[in-house]
Design a protein around this ligand. Structure first.
Ligand SMILES: Nc1ncnc2c1ncn2[C@@H]1O[C@H](COP(=O)(O)OP(=O)(O)OP(=O)(O)O)[C@@H](O)[C@H]1O
Ligand SMILES: C[C@@](O)(CCOP(=O)(O)O)CC(=O)O
Length: 448
């Protein structure tokens, strides 16, 4: 039996920093760039004590991980350990894969009847090109659309589309869909999406060692939405995998059946209220200037602590501009769209000046203004997420001529500015979240 699930990448169009606080919301778009996870049953090796799950990411070198798993006593869940790989070159750890596996198998073990074993499987991870800026060398099989990047995952240059969130979501969704009957988990249903969201948020936070706003996992599960984050306290009582009753706690947190108020999910997702007008799409530009963005969140939050009144005023005003942008995106009046973008950017630059963080640096201001003015069909743009020098996102007419004109503009821009590479990615805004896929579409190499 085989199962495949894909989940989209993300772009936080508005609400960077604000979305960390439940008072405010983030406007997040799912992207056409997806991460796909395929699960295939494999025969268990006879006479072997430990059951094995094999995970590989064939687009990268030395990217295969073998895990042993066993049920821990006292409802401690499923413990997962990395085994020595079969390949000559041992793979380094992949905390996102290992943690997602441990959390998903633990949840699955609480749903399946005690008499039903979790059988060994092999999982394949496939990512669309836009996640990495490394030049694709070839495809991983002759009939596959997935590139061979010919580098290790460590050497891959991420474009910031949320690869770990899409990976953890697709991985978790694929395992749940594979091992559980449809009556217990159905990815197409709202309840199934909520289960996937809660479990993927828990695993993603555990793997990255901190509780972020989780907008990236929300986009991977639900697709484009207005997102209000969950209270971090929901995850604080989970404890360590393997500890007594860990499985029971995972089950009650994921199923949202806890009797403790602070353990009930308070995430708010509004999916139907966001869209762009017909014939338009969000397009992503990867800006590779080698800038240093670490510590931006810390500095903005420090400013907020030091100037509670000033920062509240600014954030309240920015929230209003963000909401206006969300509704303007689908407006037929193109001038409304352009001015909604400008209003958001003005406030973002104010926040940058007040906090001393280059959220919309002068170089990005110049670029967004210039491309909006020069290319017909580009209505506006912003620096997404935390901002900085890494990317811009534009709302543009979705046709070949406009894309061609943006590309020509960027070529000219690079020649004139010589301070880095600015490239249009193939990824575009897309509404749909995680979904079951037909295994056959991945080509012969992956179909069984
Ligand atoms: N194709 C893949 N195969 C296996 N693991 C992957 C793959 N892509 C990403 N990962 C895992 O996710 C990690 C990258 O996650 P990280 O949070 O650093 O980046 P990101 O989510 O792309 O960044 P951002 O949040 O800025 O968009 C990798 O180190 C690896 O563990
Ligand atoms: C600054 C922040 O609000 C957004 C970061 O977004 P990105 O990783 O730059 O896409 C942090 C968060 O929401 O976790």
């Amino acid at each position: 039996m085989s199962t495949a699930v894909s989940a989209p990448g993300k772009v936080l169009l508005a609400g960077g920093y604000l979305v960390l606080d439940r008072t405010y919301t983030g406007l997040v778009f799912g992207l056409s760039a997806r991460i796909h996870v395929l699960v295939h049953d494999i025969a268990s090796s006879s006479g072997v004590e430990i059951s094995e799950i094999i995970v590989h990411s064939p687009q990268f070198q030395a990217a295969s991980w073998n895990y042993g798993y066993n049920l821990v006593k006292e409802r401690g869940g499923v413990h997962v350990t990395q085994l020595q790989g079969y390949s000559a070159e041992p793979s380094s750890r992949n905390p996102f894969v290992q943690t997602a596996l441990e959390y998903a198998l633990t949840y699955i073990s609480t749903v399946l009847p005690a008499s039903q074993k979790i059988e060994p499987t092999k999982l394949t991870i496939l990512a669309d090109d836009s996640y990495y800026s490394n030049p694709p060398q070839s495809t991983v099989t002759p009939d596959s659309r997935f590139s061979d990047f010919n580098v290790t995952l460590k050497q891959a240059h991420k474009t910031g589309l949320g690869s770990s969130a899409a990976l953890v979501t697709a991985f978790t969704g694929a395992l749940l869909s594979h091992y559980l009957p449809r009556s217990s988990f159905d990815l197409a249903s709202t309840e199934g999406k909520n289960i996937l969201h809660n479990l993927a948020q828990a695993a993603h936070c555990a793997a990255q060692g901190k509780v972020g706003s989780g907008f990236d996992v929300a986009a991977a599960v639900y697709g484009t939405c207005i997102y209000r984050r969950f209270s971090p306290s929901i995850l604080s009582s989970l404890g360590e995998p393997g500890s007594k009753d860990f499985a029971s706690r995972v089950k009650s947190v994921v199923d949202n059946t806890s009797t403790m108020k602070h353990e009930n999910w308070d995430t708010e997702i509004s999916s139907n209220s966001v869209s762009v007008s017909k014939g338009y799409a969000l397009v992503m530009c990867d800006v590779d200037c080698g800038s240093e963005t670490v510590g931006m969140v810390k500095k903005v939050l420090e400013w907020r602590k030091n100037d509670p009144d000033g920062s509240k005023k600014l954030w309240d005003a920015l929230q209003i501009s963000n909401e206006s942008l969300a509704s303007a995106l689908s407006s037929e009046n193109k001038e409304d769209v352009t001015s909604a973008f400008s209003a958001v950017r003005e406030k973002i630059r104010e926040m940058g000046t007040a906090s001393g963080v280059p959220i919309e640096p002068a170089e990005q201001t110049e670029l967004i203004d210039a491309v909006t003015a020069a290319v017909p069909g580009v209505l506006g743009g912003v620096v997404p997420g935390a901002g900085g020098y890494d990317a811009i996102v534009l709302l543009a007419q979705d046709d070949e001529a406009t894309v061609g004109n943006i590309n020509n503009f960027l070529k000219k821009w690079m020649a004139e500015h010589q301070n880095g590479v600015v490239k249009l990615l193939e990824a575009k805004g897309e509404l749909e979240g995680a979904r079951l896929e037909d295994v056959k579409v991945y080509g012969k190499g992956f179909a069984s």
